[in-house]
Design a protein around this ligand. Structure first.
Ligand code: FAD
Length: 400
């Protein structure tokens, strides 16, 4: 009988497992992952940005965890010799509407206590001669890192403190009774007093195994990238982001310096037809039928038809994608867009078609589920892990 089992070896699950063993060093704690190593899904397919928290609703969990997460991620990297760089980020306005939105974002940064500087066209040109725009916000604290490396380090620390893990073990069923949760995996069955589920793209399916009433479904949104050839590695000194359209759910195609020195372009946001299928042509009948039969999905399409079609067109035709980047970086040409693997976002969608923006949790008596952990959940993984540990510890006390 385990005291705690954590399901899911992405950064959120591994950070939670580590936080649990730090809090309860004498407990028996197990981490279960269906793949042959950690960070195989969202955690291993992202932009690698340590976000500062510019965009988030003041007072939301996202705003709070991101602010805390930036500090904690950097401190974890320093303590463990993991390379990171606080290269800063520029949000570039390319027209008057974006300039107005930029000023609104500036106010939001202040509300979120983020150190930010507004640059005019001349100042932008001085700091980034290869970028065009009529103004920009400079967020100096934003950084870059490899989240796979952080997850690996956390899993090693978890193990060194007595934590156990099972790889290649897919949880296929869960049964909760008065005394325990029975966890049935593809390889064996085991029991735990408490269960924490951090299943990313499978979050809704795992919650349903315990008959938890949920009012959302996970809809997969692909994020497709390109990499620039190495001759462009010094094109920019900062991360370059567009000013996001507040009516659209994702941030827009950006230029991201990666910690290995390369620069990626992306990600866009297009509907995925397979939750964990990374190639453009991957298709799963089960995954597709599931979102097609969900009322919320049809409402999302209704609400975002125009932008959805536009993103899809740019996904098929590279030239459209290129146009998005050339708005602020005209020297990037079509043959500069080299292949780079896509990522898939686990986005919780409500029945009315709204996308859940904040982190979302659900509970049963003996379990807690991370139902929505979109970006910046990699940045925020350490505070999320501590938050879950606190919640789980309190729930556990009530059981005994
Ligand atoms: C394209 C893209 C770009 C992003 N960019 C950034 C960024 O720059 N900065 C940032 O902070 N965030 C970013 N994010 C968000 C961030 O990557 C995710 O929010 C974060 O990785 C979520 O971690 P997770 O542990 O919840 O999920 P995951 O990493 O997806 O892990 C879930 C794990 O659960 C396992 N699992 C699922 N079902 C089962 C089962 N039945 N049995 C056993 N195991 C199971 C899966 O195999 C998986 O390993 C980005 C995301 C995407 C997709």
């Amino acid at each position: 009988m385990y005291d705690y089992v954590v399901l899911g070896g992405g950064i959120v699950g591994v950070s939670t497992a580590l936080s649990l063993i730090n809090k309860h060093p004498d407990n028996k704690i197990l981490l279960i992952e269906k793949e042959n190593s950690f960070a195989k899904h969202q955690t291993g397919h992202n932009s690698g940005v340590i976000h500062a928290g510019v965009y988030y609703q003041p007072g939301s969990l996202k705003a709070e965890f991101c602010r805390e997460g930036l500090k904690e991620t950097i401190s974890f990297c320093s303590d463990n010799n993991i390379p990171y760089e606080q290269c800063g980020k520029l949000l570039v306005a390319t027209n008057k509407i974006e300039l107005q939105r930029m000023y609104e974002l500036h106010e939001r940064c202040k509300a979120n206590e983020i150190d930010v500087e507004a640059l005019d066209q001349k100042q932008l040109n001085e700091v980034e001669p290869n970028i065009i725009g009529i103004g920009a916000l400079l967020v100096k604290s934003t950084g870059i890192v490899d989240y796979k490396l952080i997850t690996k380090k956390m899993s090693e620390e978890f193990e060194s403190k007595g934590g156990e893990f099972l790889l290649n073990s897919e949880v296929v069923n869960l049964e909760e009774d008065e005394e325990k949760i029975k966890i049935i995996t593809s390889r064996e069955s085991l029991n735990s007093k408490y269960l924490i589920c951090c299943a990313g793209l499978m979050a809704d399916r795992i919650a349903k195994l315990l008959n938890i009433k949920i009012n959302f479904q996970i809809v997969p949104f692909r994020g497709e990238y390109f990499r620039l050839p190495s001759k462009h590695n010094n094109l920019v000194k900062h991360l370059i982001y567009p000013i996001p359209d507040p009516d659209l759910p994702f941030l827009g195609v950006h230029l991201t310096k990666m910690i290995d020195g390369s620069i990626t372009v992306g990600p866009n946001a297009v509907l995925g037809f397979k939750r964990e299928g990374y190639s453009k042509f991957n298709f799963s009948i089960k995954d597709t039928l599931q979102f097609l039969s969900f009322k919320g999905f049809h409402n999302v399409i209704k609400k975002n038809l125009k932008s959805g079609l536009y993103e899809m067109k740019n996904s098929i035709f590279k030239r459209g994608y290129l146009k998005e980047v050339q708005k602020y970086s005209p020297q990037i040409k079509l043959n500069d867009l080299e292949h780079y693997p896509a990522g898939i976002r686990a986005q919780a969608v409500l029945e009315d078609g709204s996308l859940v923006h904040d982190f979302l949790f659900a509970e049963s008596r003996r379990s807690i589920h991370v139902c929505n952990a979109p970006s910046p959940a990699a940045t925020s993984a350490i505070p999320i892990g501590k938050y879950i540990t606190h919640k789980a510890t309190e729930a556990f006390k009530k059981l005994s």
